[in-house]
Design a protein around this ligand. Structure first.
Ligand SMILES: [Zn+2]
Length: 252
């Protein structure tokens, strides 16, 4: 296993070099999609917009977007908006782009999983390095940008947490261990509150386990930053340090 991840790490570095030379460039209409449909981007300064676009180009060059369940052609909008969500969540790190997750599968609607024998809106498969989203649910999550429910952020948060656990992927241990411990301690208190049916800022799904809570807390971190900060400044502050960014800066 050690050798496998070491090899994977070397391959990732080589890929990194390749993508910086042969990068898929964003078209004008794609930047327009970001400006009109991705509020986080439209609020950035010109300098940060440039950085965001560069990172997005690398994400789009290095991941395969595959349509499933009737989606024959993956549109530019799908690639740009899903890619932008990855860039947003990882914007605090210049180089982190989650290389372990190379494939993004896109279903039109909630899809039936033969493994869990139930309908899914999205999921992450660390064994195969796949992130799955249903496009309808992804868009629904983006419609209300202040409700703290966003499928894209949710699934990418799951992937990010897993990516951090995978050693020798060239990006290992990008979560600062001390800050991560602090976050986990504060998160456990919230999970307990949800479990005890006490009032919590976070929705019930976050109380299931630490993985779900991480995903739900990131949805709120990006969508309801000010409210989250007011509710629990320590937990919010731990996430600012962990993700190395504070979305409140961009919120108008
Ligand atoms: Zn989840």
């Amino acid at each position: 296993m050690y050798g496998f991840y070491l090899l994977k790490g070397v391959l990732n570095v080589l890929e990194e070099i390749r993508f910086s030379f042969f990068r898929r460039r964003l078209e004008k209409n794609e930047i327009q999609i970001l400006e009109s449909k991705f509020p986080y981007f439209s609020r950035l300064s010109e300098k940060h917009k440039k950085e965001f676009c560069e990172k997005l180009e690398i994400v789009l060059s290095s991941k395969k977007f595959i349509g499933r369940g009737g989606i024959r052609v993956v549109s530019a909008e799908m690639e740009v908006l899903i890619g932008a969500t990855i860039v947003m969540v990882t914007f605090g790190w210049r180089r982190v782009r989650m290389p372990h997750f190379q494939k993004i599968l896109i279903y039109p609607n909630a899809y039936y999983s033969t493994i869990s024998k139930s309908y899914h809106r999205g999921e992450v498969n660390p064994k195969l390095g796949i992130i799955v989203v249903s496009w309808n649910c992804f868009l629904e999550g983006m419609t209300d940008e202040n409700d703290g429910v966003n499928l894209g952020i949710h699934e990418i948060a799951h992937a990010l947490k897993l990516e951090n656990q995978i050693f020798y992927n060239g990006e290992s241990e990008f979560f600062n261990p001390t800050i991560y411990q602090r976050y986990k301690m504060l998160a456990a208190a919230e999970i307990e509150k949800i479990g005890a049916d006490e009032y919590s800022f976070f929705r019930k799904a976050g109380g299931l386990n630490e993985h779900e809570f991480f995903a739900v807390s990131l949805e709120n971190f990006f969508e309801r930053s000010n409210e989250f900060f007011e509710y629990n400044p320590d937990l919010y502050g731990a996430l600012v340090q962990l993700l190395r960014q504070d979305p409140r800066v961009w919120v108008k």
